[in-house]
Design a protein around this ligand. Structure first.
Ligand SMILES: *[C@@H]1O[C@H](CO)[C@@H](O)[C@H](O)[C@H]1NC(C)=O
Ligand SMILES: *[C@@H]1O[C@H](CO)[C@@H](O)[C@H](O)[C@H]1NC(C)=O
Ligand SMILES: [Cu+2]
Length: 178
């Protein structure tokens, strides 16, 4: 009888740990903190970003007056050149929450002429967890890291919990029959 309880207890504990981990991932970062998304005051967005440890699931908030600014996600080349001729996406509400759901660089600039050049650009870089990095001595040749890799979603916690139910259930039956 004790083993039934232990088994299910462990399963539930692991489920909760996993769910807690996923939930705790979603930190909210307001770009520029109290200054927001602006060209006033020479906010150093590079410095702002490098002091943060962004993770998949985090929410990046851009707060600004939409009469004067906007937010455009661009490629590396466009970011370097402050070229906003073909952005990946454009946000214009003045209070834009963007959920970061992939690893790597997420590059945002203001598309108003001159603003990116004036420093209104930010690089949200999500580093891969060290334990997930492929080891150099790995026998399977690892592909060259690509720009974006899909990350586990919240629903994975639900899937895992469902899986654990099916795993622990036969054990439960087995114990009852004895
Ligand atoms: C801006 O980017 C577009 C597409 O990425 C490209 O066709 C264009 O030549 C670029 N303009 C400049 C001035 O670099
Ligand atoms: C921006 O939106 C968030 C909720 O998404 C809200 O809490 C916050 O007050 C809003 N800020 C402004 C300036 O409207
Ligand atoms: Cu701007």
């Amino acid at each position: 009888m004790a083993s039934i309880l232990e088994n299910r207890g462990v399963a539930i504990f692991l489920c909760l740990m996993f769910a807690w981990f996923k939930v705790s991932n979603g930190d909210v970062y307001k770009v520029g903190d109290s200054a927001g998304w602006t060209i006033i005051g020479n906010v150093d967005y590079k410095q702002w970003a490098v002091t943060k440890t962004f993770q998949v699931g985090d929410v990046i908030v851009f707060e600004y007056n939409p009469q004067f600014h906007n937010v455009m996600q661009v490629t590396h080349a466009e970011y370097r050149a402050c070229n906003v001729s073909s952005p990946i996406s454009t946000h214009t509400t003045g209070n834009d929450s963007i959920t970061i759901d992939t690893y790597g660089h997420h590059l945002f600039v203001c598309g108003v002429p001159g603003h990116c050049q004036a420093g209104q650009k930010v690089d949200i870089n999500v580093l891969r967890a060290p334990s997930l990095a492929p080891s150099p001595s790995s026998e399977v040749p690892s592909p060259v890291p690509t720009v974006t890799v899909p990350a586990p979603s919240r629903s994975d916690a639900v899937t895992l919990c469902a899986l654990m139910q099916t795993i622990s259930f036969p054990q439960w039956q087995y114990n009852l029959e004895r």
